[in-house]
Design a protein around this ligand. Structure first.
Ligand SMILES: [Zn+2]
Length: 1225
């Protein structure tokens, strides 16, 4: 780390009350990072010292901006100390710009300072490429763009060039990765490949080239990486460990590959994963789901994961073309499927694996051995696979680390190349002069030049941490073992069963897993003082059939952890041979299986329902006979027992037949919703009698039907080939009806629910079921005339729509032997739909209502019924569907279509939304009128309309409520003049014509449509001028609800696609103010370079282009960004290159931007900042200060005056970054 170079000794701070807190906190942070034994250090006290409150600390900011203001804050903080120049000494460089007259050779020069060098990415392939174009290529003034030479006093041919003059010890390079797409009117991130070298020689770019070669040589030591898009993202940094302070290990993936066999498959997938196609939502979503360890994603997290992956939201990137995300998933049901009750989405091709039981210690030996040694806390971690001797040596001197929030990982130098391009790519580069030799004392010495008090601070911190860790380790290493004593068990049904069921079968023992098995054995001996003879400790597991034993722990020397014992491990304590005289067979092959033995149970035999004797009391179930005519009994058998042995154990005669449940049949039945009724079984072939339960893949819970041959005399069992069909008697055909007094409100007490069992068949009509239930529950007596309906409940307990009572049980998809809920309310007829709806908000707001409508009724009729139901009237409502992500979807445009035609389903939710729907193919646009601050004549026209809505906007940048409306001359006021309903096939000209007919614009003089300029409003910003009189509104991408602003012009205008309307204002010579602004159309279609703008302005003012100094105003920051000419090039190099465009980064010139101009011939004030700007900056500082002090008190600032009606949601306003520094002069 180079950070310890910035060592500030405390003596630079005079003993005044004023504390230069920023450098002190920065120093403390660096000391913590260096010396405190933690992966991360908190930046809270540093950001506190900036005067930031908690929300400012978490706001997203640009790191280049932070770098600059932090440097400036440090300089201000160190004024009048010996450290006052250190930023300058370390980072300051200069560039010299020259213009050489080709006639007389006179060279005029201008010098520029920099702390970081900003270089173009757009159109460049590498850093060298960018430097070449900045510092090697010349620009020629020739033809009709000549230069006025002061010496020749006439227009001449001249060459312009720039060179690096002073090189700083540390060269910071900022990459301009963020650009503006003028056509789409949006910001974007340059993600193209842009390489940069590890070492670079700057000699070719320097003015003086006669120094030593080493004077120009730089090496990379840090890279700040931005991951994400242009509206948000995440930074992390690669840092070279120059002093070798960190523990560099070969990067993770190397030994992941070798030692983690388990993760191998996933890892391979990552490596071989085809390049993500970010423009294809199918590819992106598939990739996101595939990378999840659970192979599925919660639906409500999918949006965020998408954002993380591609740096853009679904709505922004895909919604326009692919609709809501929920619909998209639905329409690709061949790829996606819903799991976990529809809460998660998974891939059909790669579904999540079913929940498997935790691996037993024996069947799955605890992983590859390396894994144990790696994570065993008792032995130092040793990444066995990688050669620790060889690897670091090979890369000595170039140990790189990736610092990412709280994690620091070793990386290879070659990993830097991964950041040449992409959504995650290098953003700032830090080079240091190769000559800068670090003192040999600094090597491996983190304390080097760290002030003593900070070393003490770190030591104290480390002691605290160590205590905490020891405590944590101790807690972390305590395992709770369950000991089972042999004396409490007997062997039965293939497994160990406790003799006394009532008594707790196990004793819990807390033990430090770092101790040995020998220690454990001793502890157990001490616990059981009456133990005699040998003691075997055997791993056991509680299975459905009972306790089963696996391997016995023999090696007393290994740690409890290495022996595979964990919290809740079962350990059987015995003599190692027998239990109660019976030999115990241990190991996985003898694992017992708990089968459900099914036998005919015929009432006439007079056998009581519950039998005993055969019972295996252990395990699940016992008996469940519930009138199915079958008797079920759970029995455990050793897995290695053959089917024949099982038959014998069951006491069955040889002729008895054994059958296995026909799984396929069973599933099909469930799917059909049949319920109850017949079930299918398959006879085991005779050969199977010699096969073991394991071989037959019989598992816990599998059913085994035992039939005596005479059973087939009964009508219950029919044999067809090897398939046995069991038809259960009619008494299992029932439906349970549960009555809920309050319609299923939460909080119902169990006793308020009444249940009744109604005999039912698949052919019975549901209304019959209902009537019987009402009779049985005697509801008609208590509430005569009340209406009831039957509803099913889904697995989450939510009531489903009422069932249609005209249907049979089978047709309605109701399974027999399930429960229906009887609720107050009316059931829909077969021709009707039961719909949920809510007004204005999604149902999650809790205001959901139900309604029954004919499925043939139109959307309009449905809406009317809903409005009637909630007592609303009027026509300014429309319906929207709710997709299954619970997002409110697109409006249902076709109001005359029937619900059936629109495929609106029973139980679907509709949202009644405010606002009248324009006819199909029509747009409804809100129109505002622009009151030009420079033309007060309009004011009077509008003063009468006091009820009109007004809106203040800044014509460029963002609104500031504090600004006065007349401020800087470019604040405009907008008046709402109404709405226009117009076909989306209408042209811009048609729109203008229609606007002119609006009553409120009757008095405005607009001879033709060309005298009207139309702005599109975005948030509270005049965002773009709509161009192309003959383009349709659809082509212009206007949608219903868009706000447009019309402006009256004094002359006709028809802007081309790349003609930019600028506000230009000339500085008053020698003063800090400007002449009134003028509008100027700059044609950037052929050339959008600074030079083109300069030429355009020069001809506008009748001046030489070279005497003009230009800057773009940043109204939200009250600053000016100078547009210099030096970084453009004439294509001398053979390589073809895009010329630098003002429409792209960093200027992003667009309609309404303000350009300030200084005429250098008569104005020697090169500073663009006005008094108003300074006041604005002061206000920003005060606001920041207020926020720091008052927290939320000033929270409302930055939000302009709010318009009352539907402004589209705008992005959170970007707050200018600032750091508060005291005054130390
Ligand atoms: Zn000259």
């Amino acid at each position: 780390m180079h950070l310890n170079i910035i060592v500030i000794s405390t003596e630079v701070f005079p003993n005044s009350l004023q504390v230069r807190v920023i450098p002190l906190e920065l120093q403390r942070l660096f000391a913590s990072l260096l010396l405190v034994d933690q992966q991360s250090a908190s930046t809270a006290s540093l950001t506190d010292s900036f005067g930031w409150n908690s929300s400012e600390g978490t706001n997203q900011h640009d790191v280049q901006e932070l770098n600059r203001i932090l440097f400036s804050a440090l300089e201000h903080s160190l004024v009048d100390t010996s450290g006052s120049t250190f930023i300058h000494r370390l980072y300051h460089g200069t560039i010299v710009n020259s213009i050489a007259c080709k006639e007389c050779g006179n060279v005029s020069q201008r010098q520029e300072d920099f702390l970081d060098l900003t270089v173009c990415v757009c159109g460049m392939s590498s850093l060298e490429d960018a430097l070449w174009s900045m510092f090697v290529e010349e620009e020629l003034f020739e033809g009709n763009n000549l230069y006025r030479c002061a010496q020749c006093d006439r227009l001449v041919t001249a060459a312009k060039s720039a060179k690096l003059k002073k090189l700083p010890p540390f060269m910071t390079v900022s990459l301009l990765r963020f650009s503006f797409d003028f056509a789409k009117c949006e910001r974007y991130k340059e993600t193209g490949r842009y390489s940069f070298p590890i070492t670079i020689n700057l000699q070719p770019f320097c003015e003086q080239t006669d120094g030593e070669e080493s004077d120009y040589s730089y090496e990379l030591f840090s890279v700040i990486i931005h991951k994400g898009g242009c509206y948000g993202g995440h930074y992390h940094v690669y840092i070279r460990d120059i002093d070798q302070l960190g523990q560099w290990e070969p990067p993770e993936e190397e030994y992941k590959l070798k030692s983690q066999k388990k993760g191998k498959e996933d890892f391979k997938k990552d490596v071989c994963e085809p390049k993500l196609q970010e423009d294809d939502p199918l590819s992106v979503l598939t990739a996101i789901i595939a990378q999840e360890p659970s192979k599925s994603v919660l639906l409500d997290q999918l949006g965020q994961k998408l954002m993380d992956k591609i740096g853009s939201s679904w709505s922004k990137k895909f919604r326009k073309h692919y609709g809501p995300i929920g619909k998209f998933l639905q329409s690709h049901s061949d790829v996606f499927m819903l799991v976990s009750n529809g809460t998660r989405v998974a891939l059909k091709a790669n579904p999540p694996s079913p929940v498997t039981e935790p691996p037993s210690p024996v069947t799955e030996p605890p992983g590859p051995t390396e894994q144990i040694t790696n994570s065993d806390p008792s032995t130092p971690s040793d990444p066995g696979a990688a050669d620790p001797q060889l690897e670091p040596k090979k890369e000595q001197g170039s140990h790189w680390f990736d610092l990412n929030d709280s994690t620091v990982t070793s990386i290879r130098e070659s990993d830097i190349e991964k950041q040449f391009q992409g959504k995650e790519s290098a953003y700032m580069l830090f080079y240091r002069k190769t000559q800068l030799h670090r003192s040999s004392e600094a090597l491996n010495n983190a304390q080097y030049k760290v002030p003593l008090h900070l070393i003490h601070m770190a030591q104290e911190e480390n002691i605290k941490l160590q205590h905490m860790r020891e405590k944590f380790e101790a807690t972390n290493n305590t395992v709770e073992l369950r000991l089972h004593l042999a004396t409490h068990y007997r062997l039965e049904n293939g497994a160990l069963q406790p003799i006394n069921k009532e008594q707790d079968r196990s004793t819990t023992l807390s033990f430090d897993r770092r101790k040995t098995v020998g220690d454990l054995r001793l502890a157990i001996y001490q616990m059981l003082d009456q133990w005699e003879g040998d003691m075997a400790l055997t791993m056991a597991k509680s299975l459905p059939a009972g306790l089963h034993l696996y391997n016995t722990i023999i090696d007393d020397g290994v740690s409890v952890y290495s022996a595979g014992l964990q919290t809740n491990s079962d350990l059987f304590v015995w003599n190692g041979r027998e239990v109660c005289g019976a030999t115990v067979l241990i190991g996985a092959e003898w694992e017992p299986v708990l089968l459900t033995v099914v036998r005919p149970h015929l009432g006439e035999d007079g056998i009581p329902e519950v039998e005993d004797g055969v019972g295996c009391e252990e395990g699940s179930g016992g008996f469940e006979n519930e009138g199915t005519g079958l008797k079920k009994e759970a029995r455990g058998f050793a897995g290695a027992a053959t089917l024949g042995e099982v038959k014998e154990a069951l006491g069955e005669p040889k002729e008895s037949l054994l059958c296995q449940e026909h799984k396929g049949r069973k599933r099909a039945e469930q799917g059909a919703g049949e319920g109850g009724g017949a079930s299918g079984w398959r006879l085991f072939p005779p050969d199977d009698m010699h096969r073991t339960l394991k071989e037959l893949s019989l598992k816990d819970g599998d059913a085994l039907l035992v039939l005596e041959p005479q059973s087939f005399d009964s009508s219950m069992f029919t044999l067809n080939g090897d398939v046995v069909t069991v038809t259960t008697p009619s008494d299992c055909r029932w439906l349970q009806v549960e009555f809920q007094q309050n319609g299923g409100e939460e909080g119902d007490k169990e006793e308020e629910r009444k249940k009744v069992k109604v005999p039912a068949t698949g052919n019975m009509l549901l209304c019959e079921v209902k009537h019987r239930a009402i009779e049985e529950l005697q509801l008609q007596e208590s509430l005569p005339g009340a209406q009831y309906c039957l509803r099913q409940v889904d697995c989450t307990g939510k009531l489903l729509p009422p069932v249609c009572e005209e249907m049979s049980v089978r047709d309605a998809g109701v399974r027999l032997m399930t429960t229906l809920t009887l609720c107050p309310g009316i059931a829909p007829k077969a021709s009707q739909l039961f719909l949920h709806f809510s007004v204005g908000t999604a149902p999650s707001a809790g205001m959901e209502m139900d309604i029954i409508v004919e499925s043939t009724c139109t959307v309009k009729e449905c809406l009317k019924t809903m409005l009637d139901a909630v007592g609303l009237d009027g026509t300014c409502w429309h319906l929207r569907r709710l997709d299954w992500c619970e997002d409110i979807g697109e409006p249902i445009v076709d109001e005359d279509a029937s619900l059936t035609e629109l495929k609106i389903n029973n139980g679907e939710t509709l949202i009644v939304t405010e606002g009248q729907l324009p006819p199909k193919g029509f747009l409804k646009l809100s129109v505002w009128f622009y009151l030009d601050p420079r033309d007060n004549s309009m004011e009077t026209d509008f003063n009468g309309h006091t009820e009109e809505q007004t809106l203040e906007v800044v014509t460029a940048g963002k609104t500031h409520s504090q600004s006065s409306p007349m401020y800087a001359g470019n604040m405009a006021e907008l008046k709402s003049v109404g709405q226009v309903e117009i076909s989306d096939e209408a042209t811009l000209e048609d729109f203008k014509t229609q606007v002119m007919t609006l009553p409120s614009l009757q008095d405005v003089c607009l001879p033709t449509a060309a005298f009207m300029r139309v702005w599109q409003l975005e948030g509270q910003r005049l965002a773009r001028i709509l161009r192309g009189q003959h383009l349709t509104l659809r082509k212009l991408k206007l949608t219903s609800g868009t706000d447009l602003c019309v402006q009256q012009l004094l002359k006709e205008e028809d802007l081309g696609p790349k003609e930019v309307l600028l506000n230009v204002k000339m500085g008053v010579p020698g003063e800090r103010c400007y002449y009134p602004p003028e509008e100027l159309v700059w044609d950037a279609s052929r050339d959008s370079s600074p030079r083109s703008l300069r030429t355009c302005l020069a001809s506008h003012y009748g001046l030489s282009p070279d005497s003009l100094l230009l800057a773009k105003h940043q109204p939200e920051k009250h600053t000016w960004e100078e547009i210099s000419n030096w970084n453009q090039q004439v294509s001398k190099k053979k390589k073809k290159k895009k010329t630098e465009s003002l429409l792209g980064a960093p200027f992003h010139l667009k309609d309404g931007d303000t350009i300030g101009i200084k005429n250098l011939l008569i104005d020697n004030n090169r500073d663009f900042v006005t008094m108003e700007d300074q006041q604005g900056q002061q206000r920003l500082r005060e606001q920041a200060e207020q926020r720091r002090k008052g927290g939320q008190a000033a929270g409302s600032d930055g939000v302009g005056p709010c318009k009352k009606t539907g402004i589209t949601k705008s992005r959170k306003p970007e707050v200018a970054l600032s750091i508060n520094v005291g005054v130390f002069r």
